[in-house]
Design a protein around this ligand. Sequence first.
Ligand code: GAL
Length: 809
Amino acid sequence: MEPSSGEQPGRSHRPSRRALLLAGLAGGAGVAAAPVTELIRGLVRPAVDADDRIIARTYSFNAGWLFGAYADGSDQERYDDTGFRPVTLPHCVTPLSWRDWKPSAWERIWVYRKHFDGAGLLDGRVLVDFDGVMVNASVVINGQLVSSHIGGYLPWSAELTGHLRPGHNVLAVVVDSRWLPVPPEGAANGPASVDFLQPGGIYRDVMLRLLPDAFLSDVFAQPADVLSSGRRVDIQCTIDAATALPAPMQLSAELSDGTRKIAATRTLNTLPAGATIIGLQLTGLGDIELWSPQSPKLYELTTTLRAPGAGTHSVRQRIGFREAAFRPDGFFLNGERLKIFGLNRHQLFPYAGMAMPARVQRRDAEIIKNDFNCNMVRCSHYPQSRHFLDACDELGLMVWEEAPGWHCVGDAAWQDTVLQNVRDMVVRDRSRPSVIIWGTRLNETSDYPDLYYRTRQIARELDGSRPSSGAMDHYSVKSWSEDVFAYNDYHREPGDNAGLLSPLPGVPYLITESVGVQWPQPRHYRWIDPPALLARQAVLHAQVHDIARSDPRYAGLLGWAAFDYASLLGPGGDRIKWAGVADGFRIAKPGAAIYLSQVDPRVRPVIVPVFFWDFDGEPAPGGHGPGVMIASNCEQIKIFVGGEHAGTGLPMLDAELYGHLAYPPTLVNLPVARNERPELRIEGYVNGKQVAMVRMSAGPAGDHLGMAADDTAIVGDGSDATRVVFRALDAYGNQRRFRTGDVTLRVTGPAELVGDNPFPLGAYGGLGAVWVRSRPGESGPVRITAGHPVLGQAEVQINVLPPSCQRLT
Ligand code: GAL
């Protein structure tokens, strides 16, 4: 219930919480963050029940920070921060280009400061939740150190209770972004010893929680026996009580589907001070819809603690009912064999490092599930954004989650952090239906039997329902003890072909990486590379998935990788690993063809030519080799060159090639005489009916600059952002090979450009992207225009909506 803003007389003899809260969190020291305090003013609502007891609330605390380099005293209250820069979270400590990141730019100590008014925050408990800060952090409130945290990938909370004052308060977060002995970092060789770069900052969300003296610090909801009529939900509640509660508190749980209540339960307990774990169980659920990639049904679980004299705290979670089992003869979801078809994802983005907001994180899951038709993603090599995982739950994208690590293992203290990371990872995500396996063994490390025994034990104790694993680069079960054998298989066959080693007998067997870039020797898939090389990436991914599908003992395969990412191990001056089937801007390369086409044509008929129809400076695509690939889910492909029927292609049902894929590609020869510039038309047929058509223009007459934004509206909170892609296109909207000129961008309206301007469209290979981010508290229409010296102008418009409320729950 949202209480009205009116005073209710006679309820309390002291100034009510409501009055205090209505005084707002605005104010502070009149610092540069004024627009943000405006934003918060009036949005922190009274959170009290009829007896003036606290109803827990969560607010975004992303806006209104000041940021600068750490100096002595800069975490102290009276430090002069007038020279600091106002920033909104998520935030990266250094500006970045799309390429050539230099770790020296972030390897320092930084400080974020936030001035806020403590009115309304003096009763109950106040916590600040950090979703992720790279690398180590300490939290100082009004000069008092209240919390510190090691490691950049997991959340933690700092309790401010007892340290706040009415009026002005200063929260300082000191962020150490140096190369530290913390997983996955620490190796003597510095950032070049890990394959991906890790720019520092408060790069995920921060929330402020107002809580009663006793609250639910964790709720673990575990659906059990889901395939039987005795299915139930086991709920383990951890309650944190500041003091012992004299009267019994009520703990209740309710499972619902929209407005339909399915089951409920409650208990009464007295509570000692400190942490108490109480179990609840929901039974008698009746028929339940199962969660799966095809039908990711979610139910809502609300767990509520009502503590007389303290207040009310509710935790809402979405849960799903599914049974996921790895066996030596494959992977089984809800009792049925399902071949895992997926990709690895890094959370790095051009320009922003890891600091992208919820919308952009969610978008990655949409791309991987809806565009690339994957049923699983590996979060390589660390726990990823909860927004990304929320989208995985919603979309039915199964998740491999692993503790931060890559190749190296450090000393005892370093290994203790691994244990803590596994604990925090499992606790954070164990109620999610999408997560089906824990990576408790760090990626491609040698055998550390003690360490991995302990990580497995931790995961098992905290969550008995999911198997443990860890991606291996050695093909042997000697001193291997995880539940699922996971192998990074970069095996090759003669003639530039991909192969896979056979599944090891008697163990569940999953391919966690394949193809990548180090094969057959280091090579990369940039937009400027020869079309035949870009097409080869599609062939290799098709080959390994085909093999994985040929034998039921492969649980499935996760290709390396979904998106390009910043790395010192990348070639030349770019410092990018061009391993993605899409680039860092998340634009599908030819290498993504086989992923794009693995969808039922009734959902979406697809035709992806794995070549450019462009003859200027390039050999004609059909002029050499055994033919070019067209990836499609159609039963038949008809090809017309210059209006003439040039061939009819059938999918490669020959098992030697791609016959195990759900939708094998077609290989065709496209006869084009020298000096001709014919148009290409490809028609796709299902059940004898034409369902799709692609046209490609060889002539440059219709070439133009295309531009598109992912969203028509974003929210004016200073964090929200949307991607804007610009590309050289032919008359029909196909990507053109285009090697000259820059794109110059102009943004008008209440938003900022996150990206390089001008952008070297030609040098990048004929396309590029930026993100457009809102400004805190500003709204209105935004126009983005792009101009290229040859391709002309393009324009998109988006709307920035006023942020209605900073309250999250
Ligand atoms: C693997 C590694 C991945 C990535 C890949 C590069 O060995 O696990 O993180 O580095 O190689 O192609």
